[in-house]
Write a protein that binds this ligand. Structure first.
Ligand SMILES: Nc1ncnc2c1ncn2[C@@H]1O[C@H](COP(=O)(O)OP(=O)(O)OP(=O)(O)O)[C@@H](O)[C@H]1O
Length: 309
């Protein structure tokens, strides 16, 4: 378990992480989301003691990271720009790490296989593609068989097969009872892997929720119905919790009744429908709306860019 309490980091007069509290629980995948510059990497660096908090605290399995005698066995991490000696082979890199923690050669072979690196284990890391480097980073994170796995942007640079592999691997690790935390700036990808979401912007907590709740809230913007009998259908669907708007003579947008209910009412009254479409908001759109005011690097709208060009 990771527990952050009022975690704060300032660089000069800039507050990069601002009174952030959250829990990463065993048996769950926690997605740590935020736009570029939100403070995700800084928070992760503080979790493993690479940066010290200006205020607040964070513990890993009940203690600060530095107080664990064998931290690799508590928390396995993949942080961006991890330093790996380019002249070493993948096998030697993992063996060197294993030696520092008394981890057996057998475990090194296991993680090489788990990460799909068997055929390239004897190759120099400097010649690795971005995707192979990510796999090696994940293999390193799993070396100590840790109860917590924390990965910064683990699908960066991976091809679709690699993305699927990470997704299944992380799901499997959580199902074994481990606490899994992964950062991302992609909501849709994270929603496929995570159970729990911690969303930050400008270092502050914007939402601590579940993927199910976030998806449900993002989806509730009505059902579009098209029929030649719009006036009749409007009165059939009316109700105290129902709002109906109309953009043309044959179209209604109904909020407060789902598509199934509307279809059944229309059929019972012999009203023919030629469209019945739930107006789902994409997860990415909902995420962008949530984080909009907290985006550090706003891009100009596309048409402004065109005019400027
Ligand atoms: N050593 C530092 N000195 C000064 N400012 C820093 C330092 N490290 C990070 N920052 C600033 O802190 C903010 C948060 O950076 P951080 O890398 O934690 O964000 P992030 O959410 O991981 O972003 P990204 O998705 O782009 O990786 C940024 O504005 C960054 O410029």
């Amino acid at each position: 378990m990771i527990e952050a309490r009022e975690l704060t980091k300032r660089y000069g007069d800039k507050t990069v992480v601002d009174h952030l509290s959250f829990i990463v629980k065993p048996g769950e995948v926690t997605g740590f989301l935020g736009p570029n510059g939100a403070g995700k990497s800084t928070t992760m660096r503080m979790i493993i003691g690479l940066d010290s908090p200006t205020a607040g605290s964070v513990t890993v399995n009940g203690k600060s990271y530095a107080r664990h005698a064998a931290p690799l066995q508590e928390i396995g991490t993949l942080l961006e720009a991890k330093s790996v000696h380019p002249g070493r082979t993948a096998f030697n890199h993992l063996m060197a790490l294993a030696h520092t923690h008394g981890i057996s050669r057998r475990r090194v072979d296991e993680v090489i296989e788990l990460a799909g690196l068997t055929s390239v284990a004897g190759q120099r890391v400097g010649a690795f593609s971005l995707g192979m480097g990510q796999r090696l980073g994940i293999a390193s994170a799993l070396l100590g068989d840790p109860a917590i796995v924390m990965l910064d942007e683990p699908v960066n640079g991976l091809d679709p097969e690699g993305v699927l592999w990470v997704r299944n691997l992380l799901r499997g690790l959580a199902d074994e009872g481990r606490a899994v935390m992964l950062s991302s700036h992609l909501m849709s990808e994270t929603a496929l892997i995570a159970d729990h979401l911690v969303i930050i912007g400008r270092g502050r907590l914007l939402a601590d929720t579940t993927v199910d709740d976030f998806t449900r809230e993002a989806g509730g913007s009505g059902v579009k119905v098209a029929t030649t009998e719009a006036v009749k259908l409007r009165s059939l669907l009316a109700g105290p919790e129902v709002t109906i708007s109309s953009s043309s003579a044959e179209e209604l947008v109904v909020v407060g009744r789902d598509a199934r209910e509307i279809g059944v009412i229309a059929a019972q009254h012999g009203v023919a429908l030629y469209e019945l479409t739930p107006q789902a908001v994409s997860l990415e759109t909902a995420f962008m709306e949530l984080t909009h005011d907290a985006v550090e690097y706003q891009s100009a709208p596309a048409d402004t860019e065109r005019k400027a060009a």
